[in-house]
Design a protein around this ligand. Structure first.
Ligand code: NAD
Length: 485
């Protein structure tokens, strides 16, 4: 690689058993920079043979050094990976900005979050215990937390670093050996992470990375009989395929499939506090966030004011190349732009309250789209119910608390919700009533909190990642009942 090339490793290779090797087919795929449509580099087009080799390497790691390590030793390595990630934040941020199109400072925040996951899980490695269970006279009963074995990780393109941190980080912490299939649209930081992990002393085969197309490498991973657990983040249709494949091998899956997350703003809300969250939760990463708040439900008493202030904020949003670090970058690809444009067309009957602006010098080949705020949207409109995965938010007016809950719970999804109100009783009441895996009161997202269990209900998926809960998910419980008289 040349000195000016930000990619400091050979991106055309897979990591299998501690060695960097090309796909067995010798084939590669192009990675495209969504900011200008230019080719970044080629990546390996992994397939079933590479996945098989990766699973075998993971099995060997479990039988070898990695499987023999104590929890403390594993924790130290994962913590060390986190330290190296922190030392490489700028390099990782540049790769992610180039690959995903997210503004540089957002990419930097993702790299810091990846380090934070490693710190959290590295420190937690020797703090996950079994239990002793009081039982009949003459017995001693206890439980052991054991790894599943080889875990499969299928990661999307929108937050590669954060999703690798929460999923691979937790799986390694519990002593599993991982096979990671990053997204074909964006996989540079997955490869960079693997280089860093090896440098930190992770034994060969504990982490294997096979880039490739979903229907090829991804499908081979989910169908492989040597995989004991799958963690998937992505779309509902692919999640169904993943769960179906896992069912055939009778293995557990964690599915994180996105959402249509609402923010509920009541007449008594602190609007100054709420406003930045109302807009940012919809526009961060150009709306390509599983927990994006694409619906803002506002009580009539403050509806006009919220609409006016959100419209003002939208008017100030500038969209441009990721490296310029404006408020918003391009979408991931021309294909995603087409999908989101299709949704905008479905909103032709709606009122556009405001739009942001794509800067004039943004390359025509980039996947740019103006962020759009629709107002006065009926709760049952397609734009108020379907996941768009782009910079589009809808404002929905409501009169009563009951009506707000009914609209909030009316989609197939249930990932995140927030309540903006000063009424403590209402906060407690609604936190219980809202269909969501996470409910935020007078904030949105709690700054990403790696400590906080995360996952959905309904079509948002099942299983929990992040926090200690992920460590339970990436391990299984064995009960030992000893009779000693
Ligand atoms: P996708 O679900 O197809 O891809 C996500 C991951 O799954 C990628 O790594 C992909 O290679 C892999 N994959 C694809 N087909 C597979 C298969 N048959 N078996 C195993 N793995 C497979 O998502 P996408 O095409 O990248 O994006 C389309 C839509 O998905 C978006 O518009 C959005 O609605 C949703 N999405 C959601 C999230 C999220 O965080 N929940 C992330 C990305 C995309």
């Amino acid at each position: 690689m040349s000195e000016t090339n930000p990619i400091w490793f050979d991106p055309t290779l897979c990591l299998i058993g501690g060695k960097w090797v090309p796909a067995q087919s010798g084939e590669t795929l192009p990675l495209v920079n969504p900011s200008d449509g230019s080719a970044i580099c080629q990546i390996a087009r992994g397939g079933a043979a590479d996945i098989d080799a990766a699973v075998q390497a993971a099995e060997a790691a479990l039988e070898g050094d990695w499987g023999r390590m104590t929890a403390l030793e594993r924790g130290r390595i994962i913590t060390r990976i986190g330290q190296l990630v922190l030392e490489n934040v700028e390099r990782l941020a540049v790769l992610e900005a180039m690959d995903v199109g997210k503004p540089l400072s957002q990419a930097r925040a993702d790299a810091i979050a990846l380090a934070r996951y490693c710190e959290f899980y590295g420190g937690a490695a020797d703090k996950v215990h079994g239990q002793t269970i009081p039982f009949m006279e003459g017995y001693t009963v206890y439980t052991l937390r054991e790894p599943h074995g080889v875990t499969g990780h299928i990661v999307p393109w929108n937050y590669p670093m954060q999703i690798i941190g929460r999923s691979v980080g937790a799986a390694l912490t519990m002593g599993n050996a991982a096979v990671l299939k990053p997204a074909e649209e964006a996989c540079l930081t997955a490869l960079a992470f693997a280089h860093i992990a090896m440098e930190a002393g992770l034994p060969a085969g504990a982490l294997n990375v096979v880039p490739g197309i979903g229907a090829e490498a991804g499908a081979a991973l989910t169908a492989h009989p040597g995989i004991h657990h799958i963690s998937f983040t992505g779309s509902v249709p692919t999640g169904i395929l993943v769960q179906t494949a896992a069912a055939k091998n009778v293995i557990p899956v964690t599915l994180e499939l996105g959402g249509k997350s609402p923010q509920l703003v009541f007449d008594d809300a602190d609007l100054d506090a709420a406003l930045p969250f109302l807009v940012n939760a919809g526009c961060q990463n150009a709306g390509q966030t599983c927990s994006a708040s694409s619906r803002v439900l506002v009580q009539r008493g403050v509806y006009d004011e919220v609409k006016r202030r959100m419209a003002e904020a939208y008017g100030a949003i500038t969209v441009g190349p990721a490296m310029e670090d404006l408020r918003m970058g391009p979408l991931i690809s021309a294909r995603q732009k087409e999908i989101v444009s299709g949704f905008l067309a479905k909103g032709a009957d709606l009122t556009v309250a405001a739009q942001g602006e794509v800067v004039g010098h943004a390359p025509a080949e980039g996947a740019y789209l103006c962020p759009t705020l629709f107002a006065d949207v009926p709760g049952d409109h397609a734009l108020a119910r379907d996941e768009i995965f782009g910079p589009v938010q809808v404002l929905i007016p409501f009169d009563t608390e009951e009506e707000a809950v009914k609209i909030a719970n009316s989609t197939d999804y249930g990932l995140v919700a927030s309540i903006w109100s000063r009424d403590g009783s209402r906060q407690m009441r609604l936190a219980k009533k809202l269909h969501a895996g996470q409910v935020f009161i007078n904030n949105y997202g709690a700054a990403g909190g790696v400590e906080l269990p995360f996952g959905g209900v309904g079509k948002s998926g099942h299983g929990r990642e992040k926090g200690f809960e992920a460590l339970y998910g990436f391990s299984q419980l064995k009960t030992v009942a000893a009779y000693h008289g």
